[in-house]
Design a protein around this ligand. Structure first.
Ligand SMILES: C[S@@+](CC[C@H](N)C(=O)[O-])C[C@H]1O[C@@H](n2cnc3c(N)ncnc32)[C@H](O)[C@@H]1O
Length: 515
């Protein structure tokens, strides 16, 4: 205590916690600092003490590591919460209450924090890091959550009429925005081998079961689409490179065999394009014509027999949209994505706090060269369709469009002069890549609305993870479940990230607002 340039008495502490300035000696900026990053403490007007930077702190710099003092739940209930500690402690994840030592308890609150923090349960400490560049003499603030026990000053309250309180939260504590590190993961997941597969009840999210009656075991139930086909009198044409790469609207037709043989005629499936595909003039075949083909693979043997009468169909008893097994490494990948949207939703000044994020796919990074994140911009653009999901899909579309035109030309279904060289074929699109989100996962703070859920379906997204359900407007099980609708030609998996996994959820939206 003697080394500190001020004297803190019990009464001093009580008054500063309510925002008054009452320390005995000067706490104004001086040439001393309190930690390695050069932070110092001074009075922040109307807030009591605050932590300040004495020099530039680059983004993602660890500013402070504060050990915590832990109180059992009963000890805290019986004693702590009746004292000044109630202004400083917060919920540790196992129900205990924690007091950060060092500078950790002196960061004031802001809705636009420049500091984020991570709970390190293994080492019983909290790490504080800069969220962006912090300038000399700038106050360092964290985000306490949405339920404050004091009147905040210095807060630019942005348009947040959509905020509502989470009734499950306890008032008067920091609603910590927990960002877990690996040690935490290991403890949570009970294993350190990243390849271990987790049981479904050990996952930090729950899959929504799609209520789909998909058996299609009566001819009347089989859903069909019109596709273009062409009869090939001479089977040698089938071997030509050009015909091999035709009919590549593959995600729509991938569940069907390419060739149907009936009597002596072979028929080649081409596409589901609105107009007849162009056939090369130099190949001696007839005109394309339309046939009705099944929309989906056969899930049962009965359905297979029926569907084969229309067109030879793939037998795929496992539903395509059923979730896969998840390893610890994959859960870490997902948790990183969740942490990312949580952080970003904290920085949505003036916009609805909805963030959508499509990371590079786990184990198949080559499929997407970078990840994409978008926020909701309907307030700033005064455009009602600029939802976060629509924005992220659009970003990916723009990115794909920016890929070299030669690749696109190579991918076109019916090029006027088909390549004869197999090296050219190697750069054509692989199965399903004509769609924007094939094989990709969307992480989003709030359950997407019906419009966005449909856009995700059209984009052929693989799975959607959301944190906050939107029971009145959600299209992923809230008010409707788009991928479970009869008649849609794609389904995706839906998972709800368990709120208990998070120290704090992102800001709630009014349930009537589309996310
Ligand atoms: C964890 S303490 C932060 C350090 C505190 N300022 C001090 O001097 O000890 C939390 C208290 O700081 C004050 N505080 C934090 N952020 C504030 C803000 N934006 N506006 C007003 N008071 C704030 C409140 O009195 C709150 O109870």
């Amino acid at each position: 205590m003697a080394a500190l340039p001020f004297t803190a008495t019990a009464s001093d502490s009580a008054s500063t916690s309510s925002g008054e300035t009452s320390t005995k000696k000067s706490l104004s900026q001086s040439d001393w600092t309190l930690n390695d990053q050069g932070c110092y403490v001074k009075i922040a007007e109307g807030k009591g003490r605050g932590v300040y930077a004495s020099r530039v702190i680059p983004p993602q710099t660890v500013i402070e590591v504060s050990p915590v003092l832990l109180f059992s739940k009963s000890e805290y209930e019986d004693h702590g919460r009746h004292t000044i500690l109630d202004h400083y402690t917060f919920k540790w994840r196992d129900g205990r209450m924690a007091l950060a030592l060092g500078l950790g308890s002196l960061f004031n609150h802001s809705t636009h924090p420049n500091v984020i923090y991570m709970l390190d349960r293994a080492h019983e400490c909290i790490k504080y890091a800069s969220a962006r560049t912090i300038n000399p003499d700038e106050e360092l603030c964290i985000f306490y959550g949405h339920k404050l026990w004091f009147d905040p000053v210095g807060i630019v309250e942005t348009l947040e009429p959509q905020l509502s309180l989470d009734q499950h939260d306890q008032p008067a504590f920091f609603d910590i925005l927990a960002i877990y590190d690996e040690a935490d993961d290991t403890e949570l997941l009970g294993s350190s081998d990243p390849n271990d597969i987790l049981e479904s009840d050990a996952l930090p999210f729950t899959w929504k079961k799609l209520q789909v009656d998909e058996e299609e075991e009566n001819m009347d139930d089989i859903r069909t689409i019109q596709a273009w086909a062409v009869d090939i009198p001479d089977s040698k044409h089938i071997a030509t490179i050009w015909l091999k790469r035709s009919g590549l609207e593959s995600d729509t037709l991938a569940h069907l065999k390419r060739i149907r043989k009936k009597d002596s005629t072979s028929t080649l499936l081409l596409s589901v394009s609105p107009s007849a595909p162009l056939l090369p003039a130099n190949v001696d075949i007839g005109d394309p014509y339309q046939v009705l083909v099944p929309c989906n693979p056969a899930l049962t043997q009965t359905s297979l027999v029926l569907k084969n009468t229309l067109w030879p169909t793939v037998y795929a008893p496992r539903r395509k949209w059923e979730p896969e097994k998840w390893s610890i490494a994959k859960v870490r990948w997902a948790r990183n994505a969740i942490n990312h949207i949580l952080r970003e939703s904290n920085q949505t000044s003036g916009e609805l706090p909805v963030i959508a994020h499509v990371p590079r796919p786990f184990g198949d990074e080559a499929q997407l060269p970078q990840s994409f994140t978008a926020k909701d911009t309907r307030i700033s653009t005064a455009h009602p369709l600029r939802h976060a999901t629509m924005n992220v899909i659009r970003e990916i579309a723009d990115f794909r469009a920016s890929i070299s035109s030669s690749d696109i030309a190579a991918d076109s279904l019916m090029s006027a002069s088909p390549p004869e060289d197999s090296r050219e074929i190697s750069c054509t699109s692989s199965n399903g890549t004509n769609y924007l989100l094939t094989g990709l996962t969307l992480f989003i703070t709030h359950e997407p609305c019906i419009m966005c859920s449909m856009a995700l379906l059209h984009s052929r997204v693989k799975e959607v993870f959301y944190i906050i359900p939107m029971p009145q407007t959600g299209g992923c099980s809230g008010s409707a479940c788009l991928p479970a609708l009869r008649g849609v030609n794609h389904r995706y998996s839906i998972a709800h990230w368990q709120p208990g996994e998070l120290g704090a959820a992102p800001a709630h939206l009014d349930e009537k607002i589309d996310a």
